[in-house]
Design a protein around this ligand. Structure first.
Ligand code: PMP
Length: 323
């Protein structure tokens, strides 16, 4: 039985227990049940965290009887960039990778929301910390998946003592598996301190992001988010929110955010593939705005959830119909 995040609200898949072993994945060049996808403990990625990955959501649209994958091409472009950073060459083209990811989802026949995870990993079985001169392999797995954090009532966030990895130490812009230990430190500290999510600061004390979400605040009607040079993952949801804001004529600003600006913001939310749009109602024991979900957050969140389920024709370029 696969467990999801302890704070997650009831997943869409709650009715049926999930047996991950029976899911179809792509592994070492073929489609196979997950139970057959095994690597050696000598695998470089297992020993040193030398792998990159993506988390992609697919949304089930009940009215249309249709499964939509969200922003697949953007995820494919980002994983190809992550591969470049980790010195992995000869990566399949955007079109090839996109079709493979769609095919894995299709073979699982989901009639519920799902999560698709492609990953390129250094597969050479060898001791030796380095990036060059190593083989890599690709896997793509897919699982049913519900809400990762609470999107309905708002989350309580706490600043953690762990700082975000710096670009010149372990680049946050690439989704590197080993870097997620930094996210794990942050998330666990926040949760053990009684919060739902972490606010992680950069080494120089600016708000960077959550453990796996980008941050937005609203001040005087302006939607503000940290720039890509503040040690954030260049979030695909973040880019989508900026697109929605432009459509809704909400002014936006990408600039550094001080910790206490979040305290005095009118509204705040975190966003990501997993977290979707999660309103932040409290930070470090201070109510954000009125302590309820703010109007701009609500407007963006509603639009987002309609778009991702393929209900908004103007945004059909965000979603890839799988079947
Ligand atoms: N920051 C981090 C550290 C993340 O892991 C994620 C989730 N991928 C995000 C931000 C949000 O990125 P995206 O919207 O592309 O999922």
């Amino acid at each position: 039985m696969l467990t999801q995040n302890a704070t997650a609200t009831a997943p869409a898949a709650a009715a049926a227990p999930i047996d991950p072993d029976s899911m179809i994945c792509y592994f070492e060049g073929r489609f196979a049940p997950l139970r057959e996808a095994k690597v050696s403990i000598m695998t470089h990625a297992f020993m040193y965290g030398t792998a990159v990955f993506e988390g992609i959501r697919a949304y089930w649209n009940e009215e249309q009887g249709q499964l939509y994958a969200l922003k697949v091409r953007e995820h494919v472009e980002r994983i190809r960039n992550s591969c470049k950073v980790l010195l992995m060459a000869d990566i399949p083209s955007v079109d090839e990778l996109t079709s493979l990811i769609v095919e894995v989802a299709r073979r699982n026949g989901f009639r519920q929301d799902a999560y698709i995870r492609p990953s390129f990993y250094k597969s050479t079985r060898a001791i030796g910390v380095k990036l060059h001169g190593l083989e890599h392999q690709l896997y793509v797995l897919a699982l049913p998946f519900g809400n990762y954090v609470d999107v309905d009532t708002g989350i309580r966030v706490g600043t953690v003592s762990w700082r975000r990895v710096q670009d010149d130490a372990l680049p946050a812009r690439s989704k590197i598996v080993g870097a997620y230990v930094n996210s794990a430190f942050a998330k666990t500290e926040a949760m053990l301190n009684g919060f739902d999510e972490a606010l992680v600061l950069t080494a120089d004390g600016h708000a960077s992001e959550g453990s796996a979400e980008n941050l937005f605040i609203v001040r005087d009607g302006i939607l503000i988010t940290p720039p890509v040079s503040d040690d954030i993952l260049e979030g695909i949801t973040r880019a989508g929110i900026l697109e929605i804001a432009a459509e809704l004529k909400i002014p936006t600003l990408e600039r550094s955010i001080d910790r206490t600006e979040v305290y005095v913001a009118d509204e705040a939310f975190m966003c990501g593939t997993g977290a979707q749009v999660s309103p932040v109602i409290e930070v470090d024991h201070r109510a954000v705005g009125s302590g309820a979900i703010g109007p701009i957050t609500a407007q963006i969140k509603d639009r987002y959830f309609d778009i991702v389920r393929g209900r908004v024709p103007e945004y059909s370029h965000w979603v890839t119909p799988i079947y």
